[in-house]
Write a protein that binds this ligand. Structure first.
Ligand code: KG4
Ligand code: ZN
Length: 344
């Protein structure tokens, strides 16, 4: 909940990871069911922590897309119900705009506001998109993944190697134990928009590497470990991961990070007047990506969210809603969830 431009009164996140981990990825039906189970207690806890009751509020915001239809419906319908019952205006927020505003909010709190226009690199399980974000609140899509999202590539590679779901955090922790230059992946040249991304070729290259190395003997023990302990520690993983696999993970992560930064730097170069770079979404947690940005001159200041606000949360939706509240940009109670909503 955000009272003014800079103050977060409370933040409550319900993680569904233990539910989906067993299946090696997000199961849409389970996601909606878990949303339904969590939404009332989570909102109640957020209100209590903030010391607020409904009549203290001026508006209610929720995301209406993009995302899984069932999960979006739960959140949006609940927000509409509160808005209707309490006589409050509804603000409909694009999920991606939320990721961007998480960074804008925190940068302002740190005293180093994001200067606009900015480039926004959104890297999550569903998105790898590069936008130009304007001061007036508009966005222009500069490039996007043509196949897998970066987070999806992390998740698929981890699953293939027996590291479970989600893959990003495990690979992030194990990559520093390997040699990032050990395996060379050549990324295919793409025709068309030079700011587009593609990660499916890299995923296939990892698959080929696995097929070329006898890995059954190490994947079995990792799956066994996951059955015994849903979130193994770094030490537990290291005990069942040979050096060659650590090298593979390090090389994979380096390749993803290089691809992301190459396009971001090219965009910063190419688009006139860009004053900063925002990186957000679950993959923005990645230590390799953060370290690479520190080492590499992007040409403009780079802003990351805190790890807590990198992955999905409600603060980011409130942060993106606030400028809309000020502009009086309210949504009707007939607003529908839009799973494939674009940002413009
Ligand atoms: O933004 P997010 O929480 O949900 C979506 O909107 O997708 O992002 C989740 C994604 C997953 O693919 C996960 O593997 C990835 O972010 N992720 C990471 C890290 N932490 C989460 N990827 C790389 N390194 C991490 N540390
Ligand atoms: Zn997200």
């Amino acid at each position: 909940m955000i009272e003014d431009e800079t103050r977060v009164l409370s933040s409550v996140v319900a993680s569904q990871l233990p539910v989906h981990a067993k299946y090696g990825g997000v199961v849409p039906e389970l996601a909606s069911r878990e949303h339904l189970r969590a939404i009332v207690p989570v909102v109640r806890e957020a209100m209590e922590k903030a010391g607020l009751v409904w009549k203290d509020l001026d508006a209610v915001a929720a995301t209406y897309g993009p995302g899984l239809a069932g999960a979006l419906l739960v959140g949006l319908t609940y927000a509409k119900s509160i808005a209707f019952a309490a006589g409050l205006p509804l603000i409909a927020v694009n999920h991606i705009e939320g990721h961007i505003h998480a960074v804008i909010l925190e940068a302002r709190q740190r005293g180093t506001p994001v200067e606009l226009p900015a480039l926004a690199l959104i890297v999550s399980g569903g998105h790898t998109h590069l936008f130009e974000a304007h001061a007036e609140g508009g966005y222009r899509l500069l490039g996007r993944t043509r196949d897998d999202a970066a987070g999806e590539a992390f998740d698929k590679v981890a699953k293939l190697l027996g590291f479970g779901y989600p893959g990003g955090p495990v690979i992030d922790r194990l990559a520093p134990h390997g040699d990032p230059r050990a395996v060379r992946f050549t990324m295919a040249k793409m025709k068309g928009n030079a700011l587009d991304f593609s990660f499916s070729g890299l995923k296939t290259a990892v698959l080929r590497w696995v097929e070329g190395h006898d890995m059954a003997a190490e994947i079995g023990p990792r799956r066994e470990l996951l059955r015994e302990c849903p979130v193994p520690s770094e030490e537990q993983w290291l005990a069942v991961t040979p050096a060659a696999t650590l090298d593979l993970l390090a090389s994979f992560q380096r390749t993803v990070v290089d691809e992301l930064l190459r396009r971001a730097v090219a965009a910063a170069d190419r688009v006139d007047g860009i004053r900063s770079l925002i990186v957000s979404g679950g993959v923005a947690c990645n230590s390799g990506l953060r370290a690479a940005v520190d080492r590499r001159a992007v040409g403009v200041p780079v802003h990351f969210p805190s790890r807590a606000l990198s992955t999905d949360n409600a603060v980011m939706i409130a942060a993106a809603a606030f400028p809309k509240f000020r502009r009086g940009e309210f949504a009707g109670l007939g607003t529908a969830a839009e799973p494939a909503l674009e940002l413009s």
